[in-house]
Design a protein around this ligand. Structure first.
Ligand code: SF4
Ligand code: SF4
Length: 286
């Protein structure tokens, strides 16, 4: 049966990467259901480096942005009024119009606002989507945002379209602004929050839980740093009735393995058992 699991990152990207990749590897070796790993680290998606794979698809993600046609414009200002992103400067007194390409979010509202067909469209490249096929015939999908693109929502939406409800989908998601985070977790079945069991991380944990709580999605925590002396994170989760589903102290040995592109589940049977148990627990709690 299909399932979508969102893994939301803690302070360090590398910890999230390690948990997502190892979970993907154990499920891939045990489950009869097809599985795909979708990487939402749009600046630098790296999950694929752990697996033997080939690129099976690579497509550019583009959106339509407006170009202003001086001959047709009657300087009514409607386009500027409808733009929520300060993408069109309009000065009636001169009159003057300018489209600010870097501010435009390609939402399309100005095209509807203009009754004089004074806005044509051109395509802007937002980023790319790359699909890898692993040697087990499983799929890893990466979204990569363009260097000069200051907004990620269209690319996140594009990645979300790749979810296959008949598959097990693992979404590797960074902590980000509430809008991006909420879009990334929309309609998922389970959330695994990666955090440290320290006072320093408690505030971040509280903030993330505050953002996602309205979605009503079953949520658990994976502690990647365990501090026996400081148990405020533990106490807080108990009061919120959020289970701690797994704990693994990330040490230098583990970081070395990650840097050498090695999966923990291939190094040591204890790690394999830990990630298998993690998957069983996710199935039970979803
Ligand atoms: S497409 Fe949307 S964001 Fe871009 S200029 Fe038009 S209204 Fe503004
Ligand atoms: S809505 Fe159309 S006609 Fe009005 S100012 Fe904008 S481009 Fe010009």
């Amino acid at each position: 049966m299909g399932q979508t699991i969102a893994i939301i990152g803690g302070k360090q990207t590398i910890h999230n990467l390690m948990i997502a990749a190892n979970l993907f590897a154990v499920i891939s070796s045990k489950s009869e259901t097809s599985i795909q790993l979708i990487d939402f680290y749009l600046d630098n998606p790296t999950n694929h480096i752990f697996f033997e794979s080939i690129i099976s698809e690579n497509k550019e993600i583009k959106r339509k942005i407006p170009i202003y046609n001086k001959e047709r414009c009657v300087y009514c200002g409607a386009c500027s009024k409808f733009c929520s992103y300060k993408g069109i400067i309009f000065i009636k007194a001169i009159p003057y119009i300018q489209i600010i390409q870097n501010a435009c979010r390609a939402c399309g509202a100005c095209f509807f606002a203009c009754d004089h067909t004074a806005l044509k469209s051109t395509e802007k490249l937002l980023g790319s989507l790359t699909k890898y096929s692993t040697s087990n015939n499983e799929t890893i999908l990466n979204g990569k945002i363009g260097n000069d693109i200051p907004y990620s929502l269209p690319l996140i939406k594009e990645l979300k379209k790749q979810i296959n409800k008949d598959f097990i989908n693992i979404l590797d998601i960074p902590l980000s602004k509430p809008t991006q985070l909420l879009e990334s977790i929309k309609n998922v079945d389970f959330i695994l929050l990666i955090s440290e069991n320290t006072n320093d991380s408690l505030e971040q944990l509280k903030q993330t839980l505050e953002i996602i709580k309205g979605e009503g999605i079953s949520t658990s925590v994976f502690f990647n740093k365990i501090n026996q002396q400081e148990n405020h994170a533990l106490e807080f989760l108990e009061t919120q009735q959020i289970p701690i589903i797994a704990q693994l102290e990330i040490n230098t040995k583990i970081i070395d393995a990650i840097n050498n592109q090695k999966l923990l589940v291939n190094i040591n049977s204890n790690y394999k058992e830990l990630f298998l148990n993690l998957f069983r627990e996710i199935e039970r709690l979803s």
